[in-house]
Write a protein that binds this ligand. Structure first.
Ligand SMILES: Cc1ncc(COP(=O)(O)O)c(C=O)c1O
Length: 495
């Protein structure tokens, strides 16, 4: 039902020829999905097509107006998103008015499996993450099951995180070269929550923060929601511009700086050790908190995984460094298991912020995370091997379907930061959505509006055949002969 209101299904049916006859000649002459959606919306608003009338199936309407099925699918998608039609499997698509319609949900934007219109599940290139490694998850469940009853006899609130999990995360940092005590770890519901908690503890509206540009889109959103003033350090195909970073730090003295030094999202770039040392020293000199996001650090495809960033600091020189990470890329984003490493004092303060936000993490997720972390070094090679194969497949597909696009090969990460050669990324992602491909347009990763319009982030986290089909559809959207124009700014969800 949703939103406590009566859900109508269709009262009547309109045939495809009947509907086509109502459409303006210019739409019939050149039936693009947006023009078709506009015309159908006008028919509903003018009352020429009544409410609760079932629209023709996509294939039938496509035939009647001389358009591709994808065009009609795209038009129906747009109408659905703006509340002018509703669909239900088995009942078809019928007209509605948007008054009180459900907000555009994540799955409508993500197009995750089975959510696309008609029987096309869509191809989700907006998410740079894989499904869970099945064997590791099954083993973790078997390990966790007999241990749950003892925990279930307690109230289940562990604001700092399960003690064993804190110890396991600390032990892994120590093994990777950064001595860490369990008191220095706060368990979080993923790295995104880790970042939000740090921002809410350390920053007040109007504070200056420094991020890379491009950078992880949801981190940018967290900074915007906290009403912070964001400056940027450029990350290009040549890497970080550390000279500019140092002078921006000196001139603006930001409260906090955010970096993704390992296989940066979205570029895939790896920060060289000497630049790490410079960033450590520069942030220390300005008294800027340095948040290091190591969520992707283990996705090291062509080089050994780098040691923790904070381990490079001279003894006692890393107290201003806050490290965040999670199991989302090595294992599964559906398991909300992440962490913050900081001084024990700051961990205590961050825990108070977490309690105010959501009390505590799920005991079940934490229990599963324990064996997954313990077995990480055993399970990772297979995941990395799969990613290498998929990266190769994506490269082949791009070379075949869009030889004019280019990218800088990078030693790890989950996506290619593709240069389209023209500033049409938003328009292309809109058009691709109509063809069932959901993808993060370049501007989504830029600090300043309108930047990275010539870039598209293409993850290689799907099987090769889905990647090829996705690139084929992107290429045909790119090459379809009608110039790509700037698109309206609708929310795009990426991860
Ligand atoms: C750099 C970076 N940080 C944080 C996250 C969020 O991860 P989580 O699922 O752990 O919240 C992601 C996920 O895409 C990411 O790429």
């Amino acid at each position: 039902m949703g939103y406590g209101r009566v859900v109508h299904t269709a009262d009547r049916i309109i045939g495809s020829r009947q509907l086509a006859a109502l459409l303006p000649a210019e739409v019939l002459a050149r039936p693009g999905y947006r023009a078709l959606a506009d015309a159908l919306r006008t028919l509903v608003l003018d009352g020429r097509v009544a409410l609760h009338v079932r629209l023709p199936a996509e294939r039938e309407l496509a035939e009647a107006v001389g358009a591709s099925r994808a065009t009609v699918t795209g038009a129906y998608d747009l109408l659905r998103e703006s509340g002018y039609v509703r669909s239900r499997r088995g009942s078809g698509t019928w007209t509605e008015l948007p008054d009180g319609h459900a907000p555009v949900g994540a799955h409508a934007l993500l197009g995750a499996g089975g959510q696309g219109a008609g029987d096309d599940p869509g191809i989700d290139l907006a998410i740079a993450a894989m499904g869970a490694p099945e064997d590791a998850l099954t083993d973790a469940l078997a390990w966790a099951a007999p241990r749950l009853p003892a925990l279930a006899r307690t109230p289940g609130y562990h604001p700092f995180g399960l003690p064993d999990l804190r110890a396991a995360v600390a032990e892994r940092f120590t093994r990777r070269g950064l001595p860490t005590r369990p008191e220095q770890i706060l368990v979080t519901a993923g790295a995104q929550q880790a970042f939000s908690l740090v921002v809410s503890l350390l920053c007040r509206p109007g504070d200056r923060v420094l991020t890379e540009s491009p950078t992880y889109a949801n981190a940018l959103d967290a900074l915007r929601h906290a009403r912070l003033r964001t400056g940027s350090i450029a990350v290009s195909d040549a890497g970080w511009d550390m000279e500019i970073a140092e002078s921006t730090l000196r001139q603006t003295v930001p409260r906090l700086a955010y970096t993704i030094p390992d296989f940066q999202n979205p570029t895939g770039a790896l920060m060289p050790p000497e630049q790490r040392l410079r960033l450590l020293a520069a942030t220390r000199a300005t008294g800027t908190w340095l948040v290091v996001d190591e969520t992707i650090a283990d996705i090291a495809l062509d080089v050994p995984a780098p040691p923790p960033f904070a381990s490079l600091a001279p003894r006692g020189g890393a107290d201003h460094v806050i490290t965040i990470g999670s199991l989302s890329k090595t294992h599964w984003g559906g398991l909300r298991a992440g962490w913050i490493r900081a001084t024990a004092k700051m961990v205590t303060e961050l825990t108070a912020v977490k309690v105010a936000a959501d009390m505590t993490c799920s005991v079940l997720d934490q229990l599963l995370a324990l064996p997954l972390i313990a077995g990480l070094d055993r399970s990772l090679p297979a995941r990395l091997a799969q990613l290498r194969i998929q990266r190769e497949a994506l490269v082949r597909s791009l070379q075949r379907h869009t030889p004019e696009w280019s990218w800088q090969p990078q030693p790890g990460g989950l996506s290619l930061w593709v240069d389209l050669g023209e500033p049409v990324s938003s328009a292309l992602s809109e058009r691709a959505a109509a063809a069932g491909v959901h993808i993060g347009r370049g501007a989504r990763f830029g600090v300043d509006p309108g930047t990275f319009e010539h870039r598209l982030r293409i993850p290689y986290t799907l099987p090769a055949d889905r990647l090829d089909e996705g690139v084929r559809r992107l290429a045909s959207a790119f090459h379809d002969g009608i110039p790509l124009t700037p698109a309206v700014d609708r929310p795009h969800w990426v991860a």
